[in-house]
Design a protein around this ligand. Structure first.
Ligand SMILES: [Zn+2]
Length: 510
């Protein structure tokens, strides 16, 4: 659209503002003014709102799906930079002498692929709530918001639309089940931190299958009052239920597997009573497939993102590999079928990890990740058991030797003393947070360095196979992925739900 013409719709206005900002044509203040004006236009009257709604349902570039999908599997590795995908593949080549399934799928089966812009309504760098909302409702929202638009309206999340077509819907994740990525497909909540409210919406809105952590947000009275929910709380319970998948969702019953009070463990230190993501995924597919009307399932390797925030090289690789096994379960399930759309993607990059040394030294150092037994989360929790004044680099060094089988040099342990006392040891301020200096020291031993502790503005990987996948654009936005999925499932138009009130200040993005 030429720059001197007024926007035809609120979405045009917002997109134009984003384009201008990207091109450096407007200041951030001007950008916010322009996007607010566009959002204001969306509130101006029902006719405009209907126009916006119609646009949201418009297939990409005039295309339409060749066939309709009965089922949808939406696989997310949360916070997966391209470097994370590569590290998993390099690790699996070295340790198992084969490619990751994600890589061999792309190489051998050539799914449709797109590069996806993840910017939210108010930021180049999205959080998981805004990204999941974009997939769910096809509009950009502000960071921390779950399917509540900047004008306060609350369009129907995608799993609710799918339920109206008779499909069963579910979410499987390694984070709390109420965390932002699964919540975006189900809930309308102005702040992602309101996880008790999110849990209540899961139950009230009839989600058929929920697996992950976050038991603390599902009071037993709430589950009991629902009366039709089967609850399992450990790996044995899940595997037992999976042997009779038809029973789990029979006669309108729902199936919940809540395996931890908060997040489930990182794969590198997963206890035997917690199922793997692949086990949860296989059980979910077997269970949902017993429903007559088809199903929609989101699977999330959610703690890849947490490991990236912590700059924890071992945890990021092990969790991405666990996600790869879950993706393999999905690919095995769709093999030979022509009625299921499978999408594999991420919501944003995070920390951009990569091997930063050359030659044989790169191989030797990276191989040390195979000795990793613990996460940085464990490491720092152990350190926090020591009185603050007594936390030294030597103690941290001893913990690293125990948990990661890596021996620091005395000078490195000494260097970490200042970081433990809160000194500004890195010149990029963000790198003094979370794993920060610890990750810099560990890069000397495992070769993997990180950009920082935050999400990035990267364009990200998206691959899709099955009916409707031909609508995935070679380059697009998260909202285009929504359009592909909604068209493939032939979903009814989204209803406008009652907009919830904002109860307090927005939480920080994560
Ligand atoms: Zn995050």
């Amino acid at each position: 659209m030429p720059a001197d013409q007024p926007p035809r719709s609120p979405e045009d206005g917002i997109e134009a503002a984003h384009r201008a900002l990207r091109a450096g044509a407007v200041s951030r203040r001007g950008f916010l003014t322009a996007t607010a004006a566009a959002a204001g236009a969306a509130m101006a009257g029902s006719a405009r709102a209907e126009q916006a709604s119609a646009m949201a349902a418009t297939p990409v570039a005039g295309a339409s799906p060749k066939g309709k999908a009965r089922n949808l599997i939406f696989f997310v590795s949360d916070g997966m930079s391209h470097g994370t995908l590569a590290l998993c593949n390099l690790f699996m080549r070295d340790r198992f002498e084969r490619e990751s399934r994600w890589t061999s799928w792309i190489r051998d089966e050539r799914p449709r692929r797109g590069l996806i812009d993840t910017a939210s309504f108010d930021s180049y760098v999205t959080d998981s709530a805004a990204a999941s909302s974009a997939w769910s409702v096809g509009s950009r929202v502000e960071n921390s918001s779950l399917c509540v638009l900047p004008d306060g309206s609350a369009p129907e999340p995608i799993w609710l639309r799918a339920r109206r077509t008779g499909r069963a819907v579910g979410v499987v994740t390694t984070t709390r089940a109420t965390h932002a990525t699964p919540a975006g497909f189900i809930a309308n909540i102005p702040d992602r931190e309101l996880e008790d409210d999110i849990a209540r919406q899961y139950v009230e809105r009839g989600v058929d299958l929920v697996m992950g952590g976050g038991a603390r947000h599902f009071p037993s009275a709430m589950l009991r009052d629902a009366s039709n929910i089967t609850l399992v709380t450990d790996r044995d319970g899940l595997l037992g239920a999976a042997r009779e998948p038809a029973a789990a969702l029979a006669s309108g019953r729902r199936f919940y597997g809540l395996f931890a009070e908060s997040h489930m463990a990182y794969e590198v230190e997963r206890p035997t009573n917690q199922p793997s993501l692949a086990e949860m995924t296989a059980a979910a597919l077997a269970t949902l497939a017993t429903r007559d009307g088809g199903f929609c399932l989101q699977v999330e390797a959610g703690r890849v993102d947490h490991a990236a925030h912590n700059n924890d090289a071992g945890s990021i690789v092990f969790d991405q590999c666990a996600g790869d096994a879950a993706l393999a379960a999905c690919l095995d399930w769709v093999k030979g079928r022509d009625d299921t759309l499978l999408v594999a993607t991420t919501d944003h990059g995070n920390a951009n990890p990569g091997i930063q040394v050359y030659g044989a030294e790169a191989t030797a150092r990276f191989r040390r990740l195979q000795g990793w037994r613990r996460s940085y989360e464990w490491l720092l929790a152990q350190l926090n058991l020591v009185p603050a004044d007594d936390r030294t680099g030597d103690i941290l060094s001893t913990l690293i030797e125990h948990g990661m089988q890596v021996r620091l040099k005395p000078s490195e342990a000494m260097g970490l003393d200042g970081w433990l006392r809160g000194h500004r040891v890195e010149l990029f301020d963000e790198r003094n947070k979370k794993g920060g200096a610890l990750a810099s020291v560990m890069a000397n031993h495992v070769g993997v360095a990180f950009l920082g502790p935050n999400h990035t503005s990267d364009h990200v990987e998206c691959a899709a196979t099955g009916p409707g996948s031909e609508m995935l654009p070679a380059f697009g936005h998260l909202t285009d992925v929504h359009r592909m999925v909604a068209a493939a499932l032939d979903l009814p138009e989204a209803q406008r739900l009652k907009a919830p009130a904002l109860s307090g200040a927005r939480s920080k993005p994560d």
